[in-house]
Design a protein around this ligand. Structure first.
Ligand code: PLP
Length: 465
């Protein structure tokens, strides 16, 4: 399998190279040159596979030239063995033809574990073979940081530095990062806001000279191809549970960076019958505006009750654009240049194509709380605010009632107690058992000034892997 850039000017890479690369050198994102596809019969045969077996079947063609089948099996087995539900991604019914796919049974209680648990293991495996060590650097306002740290905590060849804005992440989220112990784990609390953290990461990727020459800097943000790949699996898993390939299914996806829902699009391109993909956004609605107006513009960030979807630029949307524009890298590069100057306007043909499969819905904080309360009242099922946005969008989608709709439940409600309180249903979600003592564990983090050289010298002096 070869990977090409959405802007058409970067070298073609194999899986191992793509794993270690973030942005392509032309500023684009890597996508498979040709997607593997499964026939109806092949999909029908997958119905008997459990989650890790299915993951192996779906992922194998993407990594075949880089990872032998037996090693892949072991890596996938180890990855999903840490999830605390036997089904890994269990499906729950909440109303007639309305289902919730619970993606929060991993170590940090959010769907990002599906990709980052695998990514950590894939990286360590490849690095071991290459006798190489790397440094991961990332900024987080919450979920990504803890999932990345959990994914890398047993990696012998990786130092991970995660920057969070000091005193500006929730206590649950901070503790999920800072209570993980390991010489290779470094939590940096920056005296600044999230944008300062991101700027610092960006600047460091642009001038890597502060690290020893043999330590490459690797990104694990949501543009990393391996993360998208891992997320394709659960679309197949849910579809098969509801009768695929005999019966099409729709998915409603709480969306920020467009990574998760893009994986659903790929599942469909690979042969899974998908009736519709619903883009569910909070008031940071850049994607909803794209779908309704055909133009993509920058907005100012607004804080919502669903913080993991608070974004203004949806990076992975470029991967869809590449297909909407017939995989014409020059056309995508031209559009993205426009974006640097102001708004992008998409062609009518591209928008028509997008609307054949995607619909969108924006959900306010008030509607989010109302949905949490309504679902609780209807079936005593507790949604987290992100998942509630998905369910609200699913119910509002106007889809034919014969089509089952699966909402991806991207986080456990205990991660977002404020939203649950605001819903005024009189319950407080307890943390699952493995995190019940989270508030008693000791924390380790370094408070650093908002100063690039202070951060970089701390990193250079604290490599532990
Ligand atoms: C990251 C995240 C999202 C958004 O996922 P994207 O892939 O960025 O669209 C939604 N919900 C939760 C809980 C998340 O952590």
């Amino acid at each position: 399998m070869k990977y090409i850039s959405t802007r058409g000017q970067a070298p073609t890479l194999n899986f191992e190279e793509v794993l270690l690369t973030g942005l392509a050198s032309d500023g684009g994102l890597y996508v498979p040159e040709r997607l593997p596809t499964f026939t109806r019969d092949e999909i029908a045969e997958m119905a008997s596979l459990n989650y890790p077996q299915l993951a192996e079947r779906i992922i194998a063609p993407f990594v075949a030239d880089s990872i032998p089948a037996d090693d892949l099996r072991q890596l996938i087995h180890d990855t999903y063995a840490v999830f605390r539900h036997n089904a890994v991604a269990p499906l729950t019914q909440i109303a007639h033809n309305q289902f919730v796919l619970e993606l929060f049974h991993g170590p940090t209680l959010a769907f990002k574990d599906f990709a980052l648990q695998l990514l950590g293991r894939l990286l360590d495996y490849v690095l071991e073979r290459r006798h190489q060590k790397v440094v991961i650097m990332g900024a987080t306002s919450g979920d990504t940081g803890s999932a990345a740290i959990e994914g890398c905590k047993r990696c012998k060849n990786i130092d991970i530095f995660i920057l969070h804005p000091h005193q500006r992440v929730s206590e649950v989220q901070r503790r999920q990062m800072t209570t993980v112990v390991g010489d290779n784990i470094h939590n940096l609390a920056l005296e600044g806001n999230f944008d300062d953290c991101q700027a610092m990461v960006k600047a460091s990727f642009n001038q890597r000279g502060f690290l020893p020459e043999d330590r490459a800097l690797v990104a694990v943000n949501s543009i990393n191809w391996a993360r998208i790949m891992a997320q394709i699996v659960y679309y197949f898993y849910a579809g098969l549970a509801l009768g695929a390939p005999g019966r099409p299914v729709a998915f409603s996806v709480p969306t920020g960076n467009f990574g998760d829902i893009f994986a659903g699009y790929l599942a469909r391109q690979m042969g899974l019958p998908v009736a519709q993909l619903i883009i569910a956004t909070n008031r940071n609605d850049v994607l909803h505006r794209v779908m309704t107006s055909g133009s993509y513009g920058r907005q100012t960030l607004e804080h919502s009750l669903s913080p993991s979807m608070d974004i203004t630029v949806s990076s992975n949307f470029e991967r869809l654009l590449f297909d909407l524009y017939d995989r014409d890298g020059a056309a995508v590069a031209a559009l993205m240049r426009d974006f640097d100057q102001g708004d992008i306007h998409f062609s009518e043909q591209a928008m028509q194509r997008a609307r054949e499969l995607f619909s969108s819905h924006r959900v306010s904080d008030e509607e989010t709380c109302a949905q949490i309360a309504a679902t609780w009242r209807d079936c005593e099922y507790l949604l987290d605010p992100h998942s509630a946005i998905g369910v609200k969008a699913a119910l509002a989608s106007g889809l034919d009632r014969q089509v089952p709709v699966v909402t991806l439940a991207t986080a456990h409600p205990a991660k977002f107690p404020q939203a649950i309180q605001r819903a005024e249903i009189g319950v407080e979600p307890p943390l699952p058992l493995h995190l019940a003592d989270l508030f008693d564990r000791s924390e380790r983090f370094e408070v650093l000034p908002n100063d690039l050289s202070a951060v970089q010298s701390f990193m250079a002096n604290n490599l532990g892997a």
